[in-house]
Design a protein around this ligand. Structure first.
Ligand code: SAM
Length: 452
């Protein structure tokens, strides 16, 4: 990249911040961005042949960018396309959070779902993730990605950070992957550089402080806050954290790093943070910091008994056959719909439903139609689906793409009724096999529109 392409003000900020390594930084912006994916350990085998992202068990680099849209496994939730640096969340989480406890975790700025799907792979099944996005249209994309990932211990909400003030001391861990000026993604999106300005950095910084203040009461005493941005400047990173330390009782936590990862630990103004620069790491620009809340917080009272409606015994018995370990799940009914989530989190989910705007709670299981139960798409995506009790139809690549485009499928020699369509034994969704045709039940708004 020609230095002339950088805005003068951005160049000044980076020169000051990077000193001697500024020219290596500029050169690295000329190189292509790394391509990486994160595997869903519950759906796919670990790809040993691909280069590992060093700080993530499930992260893999790809040598070149495939046409992801035309890979059925992407739609099946077998992997998530994610920038490698941001997978460092795994270290921040594993090094600071007790893996054996049943905890409540909030991902406050969650769309499109990179960090949330990652957290679901890291959390134990007794823990609950609240995956929140304030912008409605982005919250729908988040819901879609969460469904595809296939976990039932998650609630998707569409709330402003301010709304979380109603949940004092509810969360053991809060992740704030804040909206930012995006300097770290200039290599992936050179147009974003043209939008950079010191005024925008100021605006982002103020917004980040507002978000942190709003959500702070919802963190328990000794709870962990993970703050991250995909930008380099100190205003949105170090200065915000120094401000947080001044306003609240915060203790920063140092993470163990391997020297060859190339991550830069900053320890300034009494705070600890980690910078990812593209000339030093195999990934894009990123910043992350982990801290503990040291002051006591009055905690939300969630003692009341859940009052969810339950399905009739007959329906319940049938639905139990459709999921694994039904004894560990609560199945609830809302109008004609049924959904399930972990039994041990029923009280928490009811409390959340009373205080937040929930887009989904757990996994949608089925809808009752004309005295029959129709399985929901989310159930096909679920890692809790009991496949043994359904007809299975394994598809070749061409057919799998036809299915995902919601086209008519050729008649297979299969049993009538609901069939689970799969590609490489990973579920894609449902079809209803009738006498002379197959009804493709793939969700219309998710269908592939790309030809090829
Ligand atoms: N965590 C996501 C992931 O890993 O896929 C990326 C999050 S992105 C960096 C920041 C998110 O914050 C965006 O989805 C954006 O819509 C949301 N956002 C924008 N303004 C916000 C605000 N005032 N409060 C909370 N979130 C906001």
């Amino acid at each position: 990249m020609n230095i002339g392409q950088l805005s003068r003000a951005f160049e000044d900020v980076m020169r000051k911040q990077l000193a001697d390594s500024f020219s290596s930084f500029v050169q690295s912006l000329d190189k292509p961005a790394c391509i990486s994916i994160r595997l869903n350990p519950n759906k796919t085998k670990v790809a040993e042949d691909l280069e590992k992202v060093p700080w993530s068990k499930y992260g893999r680099y790809l040598k070149e960018r495939p046409t992801f849209t035309l890979d059925p496994l992407l739609h099946a939730g077998a992997y998530y396309v994610q920038e490698a640096s941001s997978m460092f969340l795994e270290q921040a989480f594993l090094q600071t959070v007790d893996q054996d406890k049943s905890i409540n975790v909030l991902d406050l700025c969650a769309a499109p779902g990179g960090k949330s799907t990652h957290l679901l792979s890291l959390l134990n099944k007794q823990s609950l993730l609240v995956s929140n996005e304030v912008i409605r249209s982005r919250a729908s994309i988040l819901s879609e990605n969460i469904q595809k990932w296939g976990y039932c211990n998650v609630v998707v909400t569409n709330n402003d950070p301010e709304d979380f003030k109603k949940l004092p001391g509810f969360f053991d861990v809060i992740v704030v992957d804040a909206p930012c000026s995006g300097e770290g993604l200039f290599r992936k999106d050179p147009n974003a550089m043209q939008e950079w300005s010191t005024t925008n950095v100021e605006l982002c910084s103020k917004r980040q402080r507002r978000i942190l203040s709003d959500v702070w009461p919802a963190l328990k005493q000794n709870g962990i806050l993970i703050y991250s941005t995909c930008t380099y400047n100190e205003k949105e990173n170090e200065e915000n954290l120094a401000w947080l330390k001044k306003e609240h009782d915060v203790e920063f936590i140092k993470l163990k790093l391997s020297e060859e990862w190339g991550i830069e630990n900053v320890h300034s103004q009494d705070i600890d943070g980690y910078h990812f620069y593209p000339h030093l790491v195999k990934g894009e620009g990123f910043f992350i910091s982990v801290m503990r809340k040291t002051k006591a917080e009055p905690e939300s009272s969630i003692r009341s008994r859940p009052t969810f409606a339950s399905p009739s015994t007959k329906i319940s018995n049938q639905l139990h056959e459709w999921i694994l370990h039904p004894e560990e799940k609560t199945i609830i009914s809302r109008h004609d719909q049924f959904q399930f989530f972990p039994k041990n989190k029923a009280q928490e989910i009811e409390f959340l439903a009373k205080n937040l705007y929930l887009l989904s709670a757990g996994t949608s299981l089925a809808t009752a139609k004309h005295e029959k139960l129709v399985p929901e798409h989310a159930l096909a995506m679920s890692i809790e689906l009991n496949k043994e009790n359904f007809n299975l139809m394994e598809l070749e690549l061409v057919e799998a793409l036809q299915y995902l485009r919601k086209e008519t499928l050729p008649i297979h020699n299969s049993q009538k009724g609901f069939s689970l369509m799969s590609f490489q034994n990973i579920s894609l969704g449902w079809s209803n096999v009738l006498d002379k045709r197959i009804n493709n039940l793939y969700p219309s708004n998710w269908r592939i529109r790309m030809s090829g």
